[in-house]
Ligand binder design. Structure first.
Ligand code: GRF
Length: 200
C-alpha cells in the first residue's frame, strides 16, 4: 500500500514509521514524506532514509485552506498515494480534503481521545490531574480529533511530572503505537465504517 507521511516538524513518528516499514512483511510502503513547511526538520531525515520528499508551503495560500489542500492532494495523487499518515502535521484539514481521503487518512494524537482534543494536551492533562495519559491513532474525520480510534497506548502520570517528562513518556509510546496502527489500516484489519465513498 503506497503510503505518504505528512509532517510539519522534527518527524520522530515519521522515523518510527519508516523504520517499521523496512520489514519485508510490513503492509505499508512509505514512498513519500510531505511537509507544509519547507524547513521541517523531518524532511532531511526522510531524505537520509532514501524516501522521496515534497513540500507544499501553506503560507502563500493565506486563508485559502482548500487551495493549499488541492496542491497537496495533487502531489499525493501524482505519487499514486493510497494511504496518508499524519505525523505531527499541524494544519487543520478541511472537510473537502478529509472526505476525499476518508478511510485512508490517519493521525496520531498525544492524548487518550476523546480526552484533550486540540493542542497542548500534556499541559492540560497535568492541569486536570489525570492519573493516566497517552496517545491515540485514529481515522481522520471532518471534526477535529474526533475520528474512530484504531489503537491507544496509556502511560501513568507520575508525581513530579512536568510537560517535558510527560510528553517524552507519551512520545516513546507513540513510536511503538503508530507502526502497529498503520499496519492494521494498510492490511485492511482496521477500517472506517462509512457509507460515504472515497474521493476519485
Ligand atoms: C507528536 O507528539 C504527535 O502526537 C503530535 O505532534 C508530535 C509530533 O512529533 N501530533 P514528531 O514530529 O513526530 O516528532
Amino acid at each position: 500500500v503506497r503510503t505518504a507521511i505528512l509532517i510539519s516538524g522534527r518527524g520522530s513518528n515519521m522515523v518510527a514509521l519508516i523504520e517499521a516499514a523496512q520489514a519485508a512483511d510490513f503492509p505499508a510502503e512509505i514512498v513519500l514524506v510531505a511537509a507544509n513547511l519547507p524547513e521541517a526538520g523531518g524532511l532531511e531525515r526522510a531524505r537520509q532514509a532514501g524516501i522521496a520528499t515534497a513540500s507544499v508551503d501553506h503560507r502563500p495560500f493565506g486563508k485559502d485552506r482548500e487551495a493549499f489542500e488541492r496542491k497537496l492532494d495533487e502531489v499525493l495523487r501524482v505519487n499514486q498515494i493510497e494511504l496518508v499518515a499524519l505525523a505531527g502535521f499541524m494544519r487543520v484539514l478541511t472537510p473537502w480534503f478529509v472526505t476525499r481521503w476518508q478511510g485512508r487518512l490517519v493521525n496520531i494524537h498525544p492524548s487518550l481521545l476523546p480526552d484533550f482534543r486540540g493542542t497542548h494536551t500534556h499541559a492540560r492533562a497535568l492541569e486536570a490531574g489525570v492519573a493516566e495519559h497517552g496517545c491515540t491513532v485514529h481515522f481522520v474525520v471532518p471534526e477535529l480529533d474526533a475520528g474512530p480510534t484504531i489503537l491507544q497506548a496509556k502511560v501513568p502520570v507520575l508525581p513530579g511530572d512536568d510537560e517535558a517528562s510527560l510528553s517524552a513518556r507519551v512520545l516513546q509510546q507513540e513510536h511503538a503505537l503508530y507502526p502497529r496502527a498503520l499496519a492494521l489500516v494498510a492490511s485492511g484489519a482496521a477500517r472506517l465504517e462509512t457509507s460515504a465513498g472515497v474521493g476519485t
